[in-house]
Design a protein around this ligand. Structure first.
Ligand code: AMP
Length: 510
């Protein structure tokens, strides 16, 4: 089934109900959205000369037209390739070539930048240009049927190591993701709003789908980006508003002055760990309206979830312990932990998180080797380390590649980060391993805040095993993060290596 069928059905059943909002106003009903989408699909076939299965990129900041174009791609039987608009033009060109993209919808400011270095020379259409307006007013074409197994979305991973890989997500994958979201994370009814403040090319765009299925309103902030005051104001005016944010964004929302009464249905966070102290502050501020999801591009938005009632139920004896977990497996997948020698881990035993089920990608686009190592015997190897407790709650430690091995001992950066972050003079912290001739690696903490290294060292001595203590603290004004709010540890490691020559000798030896 083609996922765009949901739009076709809503346009019949709830034609005049709001489908898309921009800022505080409705800009399209379901009837209007379907008409624009079916017109765009016509133009993609005729003017774009595209045939079912061809790839179309979306490289744009959040915009109402983004969602129209995304659905038009599916309506026309094509495959969407949403690309992070903040990538360097040469990185974008690499993805365009790798995916064999034939047309690209872009923001006006990118129109001149995209595709020049790409061998496939895609047709570039600005979402605010005259051609786009003409396309969306074309005569509608009927929806092109697709099988569940047909690719719908090529999700290019952030590519922190080597070239990005394109996870092939099928229509069935997106359908399973949407079902699970509505059942496990955020039950949604007609008219409920979803505020897209995080980039549509990633998780927020995915969550437009369950909201469309449920007949909700997908709302784009006027700014097209994340501004905490704007999100609070939108949540105050749209009924039943949910949103999806990275943990750093949730923190900024919590830090906003309380003068705007914001009634959230659910604030969903994911994509990176959130410190327990930050979750508690968020619950204090917003009440039982938070949910956490854990997923990755290869099993989008869907591996485990910590549900709203679990985060909100402060009277539960395991409340705090559960806040430190990523919750339990989602209804459409199996999750298991595998040890290094491939056996299933015992309860509380650490290993790699594996997942199989309806949301797991078909494979990587044009990369059979990477597919073979990622999916073995039907199980997706996530590269995340974690353990399951006896109730099935998953504790995530770190990415396998972020683990620090010092003097033969495994040190999990996240554990050290939790301890350092509890110091009142620390705003943010990220811990990495630094190559060391004696120890193999030593622990180094990059810290944003006012605390002095000596204080932090005392703080750690009092709280964690000596071998886990950072050997060096580096103070920064901000941590390097990607567009989705994830700390870029690869960049930190590169910075750390570059500064090796100028580092004082005592810092190396402490
Ligand atoms: P991406 O494919 O870019 O969405 O990145 C997915 C990765 O982000 C996962 O493999 C995890 O390492 C991390 N991640 C996602 N959600 C969470 C979460 N709730 N808690 C901790 N880490 C997460």
């Amino acid at each position: 089934m083609n996922i765009a069928v949901w739009l076709e059905r809503n346009a019949k059943l709830h034609a005049d109900e709001p489908a898309i909002g921009l800022g505080h106003r409705v800009v399209a009903s379901y009837r209007e959205l379907a008409a624009a989408v079916a017109g765009l699909a016509h133009a993609l076939h005729e003017e774009g000369r595209l045939r079912p299965g061809d790839r179309v990129a979306l490289i744009a900041k959040n915009d109402a037209a983004y969602l129209e174009a995304l659905f038009a791609v599916w309506w026309a039987g094509l495959v969407a390739v949403p690309i992070n608009a903040k990538l360097h033009p040469s990185e974008i060109d690499w993805i365009l070539d790798h995916a064999g993209v034939r047309a690209a919808f872009v923001s006006a400011d990118l129109e001149g930048d995209v595709g020049h270095g790409s061998a496939t020379e895609p047709r570039v259409v600005s979402l605010s240009g005259a051609a786009y307006q003409r396309w969306r007013s074309s005569a509608p074409v009927p929806l092109v049927p697709r099988d569940g197994i047909d690719p719908a979305w090529l999700f290019y991973t952030s590519g922190t190591t080597g070239r990005p890989k394109g996870a092939v997500l099928t229509h069935s994958n997106l359908i399973a993701m949407s079902m699970s979201h509505l059942i496990d994370v955020d039950p949604t009814k007609r008219g409920d709003a979803f505020i897209h403040a995080a980039p549509l090319s990633h998780g927020s765009g995915m969550l437009a789908l369950p909201h469309l299925l449920a007949g909700g309103v997908n709302v784009i902030p006027e700014s097209g980006a994340f501004h905490p005051e704007e999100v609070l104001a939108l949540a105050g005016s749209w009924p039943g508003a949910s949103t999806f944010l990275a943990p750093t964004m949730v923190r900024r929302l919590v830090d906003c002055p309380e003068d705007t009464p914001a009634g959230f249905r659910t604030i969903i966070w994911g994509g990176a760990p959130m410190l327990v102290a930050d979750v508690v502050r968020a619950v204090d501020r917003f009440g039982p309206h938070l949910a956490q999801i854990y997923g990755q591009g290869e099993s989008p938005m869907t591996i485990t979830a910590l549900r709203r009632n679990e985060i909100g139920d402060q009277s539960h004896p395991d409340w705090r312990a559960r806040l430190a977990t990523a919750g339990t497996q989602r209804s459409v997948v199996d999750v298991r932990i595998a040890t290094a020698d491939g056996r299933s881990a015992a309860i509380d035993e650490l290993g790699e998180v594996l997942v199989r089920g309806g949301t797991v990608m078909l494979g990587y686009w044009d990369n059979a080797d990477a597919t073979r190592s990622a999916i073995q015997g039907g199980w997706l190897h996530t590269g995340d380390l974690g353990c399951l407790n006896q109730d099935g709650y998953l504790t995530l430690l770190d990415r396998k590649k972020d683990l620090v091995i010092s003097g033969g001992s495994n040190i999990y950066p996240r554990e050290v980060e939790e301890v350092i972050a509890a110091h009142p003079g620390v705003e943010e912290v990220s811990v990495i391993g630094r190559p060391d001739p004696e120890w193999g690696e030593v622990v180094v903490a990059y810290v944003v805040g006012t605390a002095e290294p000596a204080e932090l060292d005392r703080h750690c001595v009092d709280r964690i095993a000596r071998f886990k203590r950072p050997r060096d603290y580096v103070l920064l004004d901000e941590l390097p993060k990607n567009n989705y709010g994830k700390v870029l540890k690869t960049e930190l490691r590169a910075m750390d290596a570059m500064n090796a020559d100028v580092r004082p000798a005592d810092a190396r030896q402490r």
